[in-house]
Write a protein that binds this ligand. Structure first.
Ligand code: DQA
Length: 141
């Protein structure tokens, strides 16, 4: 069975209540249920943490056995050399995802430390960004 890991970084545990005008009103748990229902043939694991080191631990844990990783690094996208190094160090392809179109937002969100080492980037399609990332990983298998 194809195994995909979704990893959400800081503050994404608050989806549904956090700035709904930007991120929408749905919790990630609700979205995940829908995604798993739509892709019963895929094993979709989910991990969220507000702690940078725990995101790195998860990347290292799944990064040699899973078929793909969908990573929304949240604000660490724009700050973390350590996450870039972790992605460089593993074998599993990583797709970077953002719910919002970061290029329509503040300048500091325009730079990503992760993009250069990810397979690709999907941003700006709301929660559907995760499904599009999944499709991209499946198409590439
Ligand atoms: C985000 C965009 C980031 O700039 C921000 O810090 C987030 C969420 C997104 O999904 O749109 O936490 O990654």
């Amino acid at each position: 069975m194809t195994k995909i890991q979704i990893i959400n970084g800081p503050n994404l545990n608050l989806l549904g209540t956090r700035e709904p005008e930007i991120y929408g009103g749905k919790t990630f748990e609700t979205y995940l249920e829908e995604l798993r229902r739509d892709y019963p043939q895929i094993q979709i694991a989910y991990f969220q943490s507000n702690v940078e080191g725990l995101l790195i631990d998860k990347l290292q844990e799944v990064g040699f056995s899973y078929d793909g990783i969908i990573l929304n690094g949240g604000a660490y996208t724009h700050t973390s050399v350590a996450l870039q190094d972790a992605i460089r160090s593993i074998k599993t392809p990583v797709v970077e995802v953002h719910i919002s179109n970061v290029f329509q937002r503040e300048e500091f969100r325009h730079h990503s430390y992760l993009s250069p080492v990810c397979k690709g980037v999907i941003c700006g399609f709301g929660m559907d960004s995760y499904r599009l990332a999944l499709e991209a990983l499946l198409a590439d298998k």
